[in-house]
Design a protein. Structure first.
Length: 457
């Protein structure tokens, strides 16, 4: 039977190709021939959404065969000698129309657990001061720890950047950088603490602090946060027991010392793993000058945190804990910026969306610090100014813009310290003024430099 009902619908009862073609043939039989009544045109219209993406007529032939078209039907109804001839004709009649690809996964989706863990890791070492403070706490001891800490922060930031650059060249190259750089940084910071405090408990504690910060830098730059958390377990347990138990002088020294030993051993293990990897061939060695602005930023950030802690020690705890959410929001800024880039068609529209993304991320970072500052009995203004400055600086650094945040942050730190030493306004006021102005400058830099589509391409 070769009439309109020769192709039977399948047993599913749906509106299949067979039914659609049967209806089209019946309509043709009742109408006079006019332009556009070509059966091949009707077939092309019926299957346009499935023929359009085909890149070769063979794909159309497979589609027709799967729909049950027989050679007899193709010859009698569509006037083609075979399946492939009809497929080539349909492929030529239907314009190419490729469907939109599914939305790509956010390449900057943050690791929530990792960011929260890093925030805790930045704050937990401060418990060592609770355990050992009564053993070394003198004016010279405090200055010794500050001097060692400033040098450790500056050296650690520069070394972390250089190690990250070397990781792109190869794991073994990064291992060599850390093997040399981490001990040198710890030695330099220890000597700075000894020079300020002289022989005694404060110099020993400054050396332990320097060793820990060097080891922690190695573990963090290599993404081994859980290993560092395990090394901090003795210190955390000892500090947690303080409200109910006075451990005495020996445990107060032994527990932080054990944490230092464990962290150094963990860092040594990670460096050995890196050195055991295959060496990269033809990898260039980045210049030392590339890491200099990161070291200057580390120094200025340490100065600002020390100035905050001078008058508001508990505010430093809030600022340190906020580093985890700060890192999470850096990722969210990048992800939201990529989404804004996909949603806009001109540069002006992207700049507006980029400004909104900055407002959302920066506001989301600063807002929780207000109740934190109030709980710490600290003025929110200086803390928010310092936090905004540091977050904007880290954001620019994440895009490879290093000198601008380093210079602005260093100027803010130098200005605040100069005002405080020169007998100017109180420390909190100078922090608010200098860091507030610097933060506004960096916000403008973010809008100008990161408000361009090319920055996120």
């Amino acid at each position: 039977m070769s009439g309109p009902m020769a192709l039977e619908p399948d047993g599913g009862g749906g509106d299949t190709l067979s039914l659609r073609l049967a209806r089209a043939d019946t309509t043709l039989a009742l109408r006079s021939p006019v332009a556009g009544d070509d059966p091949v045109d009707l077939l092309a219209a019926e299957l346009a959404d499935r023929i359009g993406p085909a890149v070769h007529p063979y794909e159309v032939a497979a589609l027709l065969e799967s729909e049950g078209l027989t050679g007899e039907r193709i010859t009698e109804r569509y006037g083609h000698p075979d399946l492939f001839s009809l497929a080539a004709d349909l492929h030529g009649r239907v314009p190419r129309s490729f469907p939109e690809p599914p939305p790509a996964a956010d390449p900057w989706a943050p690791d929530h657990v990792r960011c929260a863990l890093r925030g805790a890791l930045f704050a937990l070492p401060g418990l060592a001061y609770l355990l050992t403070g009564r053993l070394w706490h003198t004016e010279r001891g405090v200055y010794a720890l500050v001097a060692a800490g400033l040098l450790s922060w500056a050296w650690g930031q520069a070394l972390s950047h250089r190690a990250a650059l070397r990781l792109t060249a190869g794991r073994r190259e990064a291992g060599g950088t850390l093997l040399v750089g981490a001990p040198l940084g710890a030695l330099a910071a220890s000597l700075a603490g000894f020079a300020v405090a002289g022989p005694g408990p404060a110099a020993l504690f400054a050396a332990g602090q320097s060793l820990y910060l060097a080891a922690a830098g190695v573990l963090l730059v290599c993404g081994r946060e859980r290993l560092l958390l395990a090394a901090l377990a003795p210190l955390t347990a000892g500090a947690a027991a303080l409200p109910w138990w006075d451990p005495g002088p020996l445990p107060r020294i032994a527990l932080p010392a054990l944490t230092v030993v464990l962290s150094v051993a963990a860092a040594e293990h990670v460096i050995r793993e890196l050195l055991g990897a295959d060496a990269a061939s033809g990898a260039g060695r980045p210049g030392l000058a590339a890491s200099l602005p990161y070291g200057l930023f580390g120094l200025s950030a340490a100065v600002l945190v020390a100035l905050v802690g001078q008058r508001q020690p508990l505010a430093v705890v809030a600022l340190t804990l906020s580093m985890g959410p700060a890192e999470w929001l850096l990722y969210r800024y990048r992800g939201l910026s990529v989404a804004a880039l996909r949603a806009t068609v001109d540069e002006r529209g992207f700049r507006l969306r980029s400004a909104a993304v900055l407002a959302v991320c920066l506001g989301g970072y600063l807002l929780p610090l207000v109740p934190a500052a109030l709980l710490a009995r600290a003025a929110p203004g200086p803390l928010l100014a310092v936090a905004a400055l540091l977050w904007c600086a880290l954001l620019l650094q994440a895009f490879g813009i290093a000198w601008l945040p380093a210079a602005v942050t260093l100027a803010a730190a130098a200005g605040t310290a100069a005002v405080a030493l020169g007998g100017g306004p109180p420390g909190s006021t100078s922090l608010l003024l200098c860091c507030g102005i610097a933060a506004v400058v960096l916000m403008a830099g973010v809008l100008l430099l990161l408000g361009r589509p090319a920055a996120h391409a």
